[in-house]
Every structure is written in C-alpha cells, then in structure tokens.
Design a protein around this ligand. Structure first.
Ligand code: GDP
Length: 334
C-alpha cells in the first residue's frame, strides 16, 4: 500500500488549535494562507472568517529602518521586555524583495535569537512570493491569525527601502521609524515621506560614544517634525534616543506607544484608523480579485494582445480598449 502524505488538518482542527494558542497550528495556518493553490485559498478564507470574532485584540506596531539600524536587536529586546510583563508577542515581516534576493533578511529567527526561544513569542519571516500587494495581503491575514492565537502585541517589521513601509503603516496602529545617529547631514538620508507617516522616531544605538551624536540627531528631527503638520491634532510624534543593544529607552518607548493608544482611543481615532484600514484591505483584495479574473479569462487572453496592438498603432483609444476588455468580463458599467 502506498503511503500518502499526512492529511492536512480540517477546518475545525485549525480553528480550535489556533484559538488554543497552538503555535504549530498557527504556523500551518499561515502556510495555508500563503499558499497559491486555489483549494488552499478557499479554505484559508473560510478559516479567517471563522476566526474573525477572535481577531482585532492586539496592539499592532510597525517598525521600519534601513538594514543595520538595529531592528532585530531592538525587537528582540523589546519583545523580551514585553514577555517579562506577561505579553505574547508575534513578529511578522514584510519584505517584497526577499523573492529576488532568494531569502528573507527580515523576520529571520536567527536575528532574534532570544525571542525565538520563547514560547510566548512567534516569529514569522516575510512571505516570499508575489508583489508588494500580495505580500501585504498575506501579512494582514497572518496578523489576524496571530491575534486569534492570543498574541496581544503584533510587530510588523519592514526594511526602510521602497514602498513597503507605506503598506505596513497602513496595517498597524502605531508606526515606529528607527534611525541612526549621524552627522548634520542626516536629514538628507531619510525620505520625508517616512517622517510624515511616523508616529514616533527613535534614534537607535544611543550608547557609548554615540550618545552626543544621537542626542543632536534627535534635536534635528524634532525641529524637522515641527515644520511638518502632524497628521492628527491628538498626537505629535515624539523623538526618542534608545539603545536596543543596551536595553536603554525601551521602557519609555513602550510607554509612548501605550500613551498613543490611550489618546487615540479616547478621541475615536484609534477605531477610525482601523476602519479605514479594513476598507483599504477590502479594496486591495478587490483589485487583486478583479485582476486575477481578468488574467484567467480566456476571451480576455485572446483579445488583449490584439487590442494592445491596436492601441500601440494609434488606431484605438486606450479608453475604448479598456471598455472592450472590461466588457468581456461582464463587469462593465451596465
Ligand atoms: P537590522 O538590520 O536593522 O535588523 O539591524 P541589527 O539588529 O541586525 O543590527 C545591526 C548591527 O548593529 C549589529 O551589529 C548590531 O549588533 C548593531 N546594533 C544593533 N542595535 C544596536 C545598539 O543599540 N547599539 C549599538 N552600539 N549597536 C547596535
């Protein structure tokens, strides 16, 4: 008799395992969510729907910074501090470049060696397949699974290059930007857009000889932030100096995160931000779904190259070409 692979868990087993906080089941469920097989994605959606009432209870924190700024050192230490206080901490990563580089540099367990050994921690590297949109959607779903499994702090780590930090800021309650202490020309190195979406800036490596430089960098960023209009009247992003390595400033950093949650909750903005994010998530998924059905449609596959050639030759207006293709899907205006 031929031996088959071990049976995949049934939906019920996933649900009860996750609700019981079983990390192995959580890991398997994330693999299901990340799978590109249609039968898996149907089951994954059912699972997420079942777990929906158990989601949304975690504090979601995004952390970004260039490679080498100290993200993993800081998350490892912050995570250990939080676990000591009784929290359960999940660390997820968003790194759409990991497919090209052949491996994820983020969310790697060896980079958070202490946290990786804790039973109240869960570390998951970036999904490696797909576009930024695909990676983001999977991370949002993974976050929901981790919340259902009882992780009350979810940290989403991303590298400070490209568009991924905007995508992460859009799925978290609090967005932290880590920066290095530097000379006077420091401000040039950081994209203004990032500062605009930051809920807090922390200058890391403020230890040893770096302390004066870190303090002067912090002053510069404070001045820069004053010029920008804060994105909410309730909260002006603070600038801290920390040392992930020496566990300095992390207590204050966490206090600020909690203060932010309290202020934003009482002003109603905490809930509003999540509602906005839920709708944005839905819209992203709708885009994905429509694009997927477009690509899977046989009539579209046949007509698209012809229509493209017509547009290229200047014989057909792009608008009319779009009308025709959308018409083939049967989701046109009428
Ligand atoms: P990541 O690429 O942003 O995750 O950065 P890592 O956490 O891997 O840190 C990059 C390097 O900076 C490592 O050699 C760390 O030991 C060092 N490092 C990280 N945090 C600190 C810190 O607070 N102080 C000092 N002096 N070095 C640090």
């Amino acid at each position: 008799m031929q031996r088959s692979a071990p049976a995949a868990p049934k939906l019920d087993a996933y649900v009860s395992g996750i609700l019981a906080g079983d990390r192995a089941m959580l890991a398997r469920a994330i693999t299901l969510v990340e799978s590109t097989k249609p039968e898996h994605s149907a089951q994954a959606q059912q699972l997420l729907q079942e777990l929906l009432p158990a989601t949304g209870k975690a504090l979601r924190i995004g952390i970004t910074g260039v490679p080498g700024v100290g993200k993993s050192t800081t998350i490892d230490q912050l995570g250990m501090n939080l676990i000591a206080e009784g929290h359960r901490v999940a660390v997820l990563a968003v790194d759409p470049t990991s497919r090209r580089t052949g491996g994820s540099i983020l969310g790697d367990k060896t980079r958070m060696s202490r946290l990786a050994q804790e039973r109240n921690a869960f570390i998951r590297p970036s999904p490696t397949s797909g576009t930024l949109g695909g990676v983001t959607r999977k991370t949002r779903e993974t976050m929901a699974l981790a919340e259902a499994a009882g992780f009350d702090v979810v940290i989403v780590e991303t590298v400070g290059v490209g568009q991924s930090e905007i995508a992460v800021a859009d799925m978290v309650d609090f967005f932290l930007v880590l920066l290095l202490p530097g000379g006077g020309d420091d401000l040039q190195g950081i994209k203004k857009g990032i500062i605009e979406i930051a809920d807090m800036i922390a200058i890391n490596k403020a230890d040893g000889d770096n302390v004066p430089r870190a303090k002067s960098a912090a002053n510069e960023y404070r001045a820069a932030l004053q010029i920008l209009t804060p994105h909410t009247a309730t909260w002006s992003p603070p600038v801290l100096t920390i040392s992930g390595h020496e566990n300095k400033g992390l207590e204050e950093l966490w206090e600020k995160i909690i203060e932010h949650r309290e202020k934003m909750t009482s002003s109603g903005e905490f809930a509003q931000r999540r509602q906005r994010q839920a709708v944005a998530w839905m819209q992203d998924m709708l885009n994905d779904r429509v694009m997927a059905s477009l690509k899977a449609n046989a009539k579209v596959a046949e007509r698209l190259p012809i229509v493209e050639a017509e547009v290229r030759a200047g014989r057909l207006l792009p608008t009319l070409a779009v009308d025709e293709i959308v018409g083939l899907l049967g989701i046109g205006e009428n």
